[in-house]
Design a protein around this ligand. Structure first.
Ligand code: AMP
Length: 302
């Protein structure tokens, strides 16, 4: 079963304590699609400018991603510039240029409108809503966002959340969005807005899932070398939704497996800048790391 995703396709300029890159391939939908492509078919809807090189489109296509929903228009591609200090959980944005996304009006081709799995990756919530309105009867609608939109368009975001089943958000953003320091209280407030499952991404501390009846805590993989956390959240979502779409099983047990696959993909992503590691994995590496996660959290009954 394939996934329809809308989100940013971007040029990122990133500095971390371990290196620096200028105008490399990035964007929420790029990281999501690359990650999800190891599990399931992906159809990507986005817009890029005339400065976007074909080699980037080819690299997405090579991963089997359907790029027929990427429009190339006159103008400049979305750009994001940021840096991280030694606390790699905290991205500091220096510049966000929406460029061609400012007047993007997504028009979902009919062949994509009956997608059963929809991921609204981080982008203007108005665009996320416009895409959602065109998808006929999705089985699972999931979405992500960030402080830029929480601060800029909180009401649109709340309107969107009424129609979303699975919401993934960073720990700091969950606190900012709800005004609650306790993640348990923040989760209750967010679940009251509409989603039936919330996943809070906690960077190097893993992820927490809340669904109103149970809480699941997944660790992050203890890596020795981390180069760049950019895209960790989106590659997490790619592994998560990719695995759910492939298995077709939305039960609590399977959601837990999917969260571990999300964590596996995020752990690979941070090992290099841009798609340096995420774009070149093997299924064996992914499976082996899944079992490393199992060993990491195994303990015996009393
Ligand atoms: P994350 O997975 O949260 O680290 O997301 C990183 C990606 O989000 C980067 O590749 C950026 O291009 C993209 N990004 C940054 N700011 C925004 C924004 N305001 N809207 C959409 N995408 C963004």
């Amino acid at each position: 079963m394939s996934i329809l995703v809308v989100g940013s396709v971007a040029f990122d300029s990133v500095k971390t304590p371990f290196g620096e890159v200028e105008e490399v391939l990035g964007g929420s939908a790029t990281y999501f699609s690359t990650s999800a492509s190891y599990f399931s078919g992906v159809k990507l809807v986005a817009v890029v400018g005339s400065d976007f090189p074909d080699k980037h489109l080819d690299s997405l296509k090579k991963r089997g991603i359907d790029i027929s929903g990427i429009k190339k228009v006159d103008g400049k591609t979305f750009r994001w510039k940021g840096y991280y200090d030694y606390d790699l959980n905290q991205a500091h944005t220096l510049d966000t240029q929406l460029n061609v996304f400012s007047d993007f009006d997504p028009d979902i081709p009919s062949a994509m409108a009956d997608s059963k799995y929809l991921f609204l990756a981080n982008i203007d919530p108005e665009l996320q809503l416009k895409v959602l309105e065109q998808v006929k009867s999705p089985r699972l609608v999931a979405c992500d966002t960030m402080n830029f939109w929480i601060e800029g368009k909180p009401d649109v975001l709340k309107k969107l959340l009424k129609r979303v089943e699975l919401f993934v958000i960073n720990e700091g953003e969950a606190r900012e969005f709800t005004g609650e320091a306790s993640l348990v209280k923040a989760a209750k407030k967010i679940l009251d807005l509409g989603p039936n499952t919330l996943i809070v991404k906690r960077g190097e501390y893993g992820a927490l899932m809340f669904n109103g009846t149970s809480v699941f805590s997944a660790p992050a993989y203890p890596l020795e070398e981390i180069y760049d956390p950019t895209g960790a959240g989106d590659s997490f979502a790619g592994g998560l939704i990719g695995y759910l779409a492939n298995s077709g099983d939305l039960s609590d047990d399977n959601m837990r497996r999917a969260i571990i696959f999300g964590s596996v993909m995020a752990s690979f992503n941070v090992e290099a800048f841009s798609m340096g590691r995420l774009g070149n994995l093997t299924n064996e590496e992914i499976r082996a790391r899944y079992y490393e996660f199992k060993k990491l959290t195994r303990f015996e009954e009393l």
